[in-house]
Structures are given as structure tokens and as C-alpha cells.
Design a binder for this molecule. Sequence first.
Ligand code: IMP
Ligand code: MG
Length: 177
Amino acid sequence: MKLPSDIEILVTAQQITQRVESLAHEIAGSMTRDIMIVSLLRGSFIFTADLIRALHFCGMQPQLDFMTLASYGNNTTSSGKIEITRDIIENVRGRDVLIVDDILESGNTLTFARNIIQERGAASIKIAVMLEKPGKRKVAIDADFIGFKIPDKFVVGYGLDYANYYRELPFIGVIAI
Ligand code: IMP
Ligand code: MG
């Protein structure tokens, strides 16, 4: 597969590190110590790994599980149809849950995830996303904690992919596709 080689850096690795630290402080300031994190794979794995370590330094003691959601669509847009391809193992009943995702765009993915966690009896649910594209929402949902608001461009890196490539980039960049 031929990959675009021009990547314009939008958020540097250093900016990400600083922002994740302050996000952890925001989360620690408004949630209990004992949360259950539900990280939505695959895009949020790096953000989650950095965030839980930052939360440690803020005195929190999160538990962690992963859920993989797939949306039917092409590589760059998500459709409204979503399914669970890997479910969490932990029980969220009665728990204060923090859902962690890479990016909030249409809101379909996070709405689906939040509804499931809600139906399973979570005591409270908050949402943290690394990125938000404002103005792209198809359903009304907001994140409680947002790393960066970015323009409506297709971004890769820091876990985010294009056809499962570029996840390893330590920065967030824009590719021309
Ligand atoms: P939503 O369901 O439209 O809010 O989209 C969320 C999902 O679409 C994210 O979890 C990403 O996997 C994917 N996505 C949306 N925008 C981008 C992007 O700019 N780069 C890479 N993935 C994206
Ligand atoms: Mg994703």
C-alpha cells in the first residue's frame, strides 16, 4: 500500500505530555480515586497508557479494561452502525467509570459505549478524549475532559491510524488523503 509521506505536525510530543498531565489533574479533581477506566481500542491505547501513569501521580488508583468497537464505514469516516468486537471483562455495576477514547467526532462511537456502560449499571460515567473535532457532531454528546480541539482534518499518530498505519508516531499530524 502506498502511504502518503507528507505529515504536518499539529500537536507535538511535548505538547501532548504536558496536556495529559493537566488532564490527569482535572480528572483527579472531579472523580473519586477508585475509578474504572474503559479504554476504547484501538485508537486510545497510547493515550490511555500515558493517562493512567499521569493519574498515578495525581493520587488516583484506576482499574482498567478495554473494549474494541468497530464502525462500518470507510477508512476516514465512521458510520452510525457500531458493534462490539471485544467486550470488557470487568463488571461496571455500581462503578464510577471513565470512558477513554482517542477522538470525538460524530459522537456515534462514544454514545454507543456510554449507553452500554449505562445499561450495565455504572454509578457514574465520564468521558475523556485526547482530541475533539468541534462542529462534526451527529449526535448530542460531550466529553468531560478534552485534550485538544483540532480543526476538521484527518489526523494520525499517538494511537490514531490511517488503515492501521501511523499509530506509532509520537506526535499528532495531518496527512493529505
Ligand atoms: P465518531 O464515532 O465519529 O465520533 O468517531 C470516532 C472514531 O473515528 C475514533 O475513535 C477514530 O477511530 C475515528 N476517527 C475519527 N476522526 C479521525 C481522524 O482524524 N483520524 C483517525 N481516526 C479518526
Ligand atoms: Mg477509534
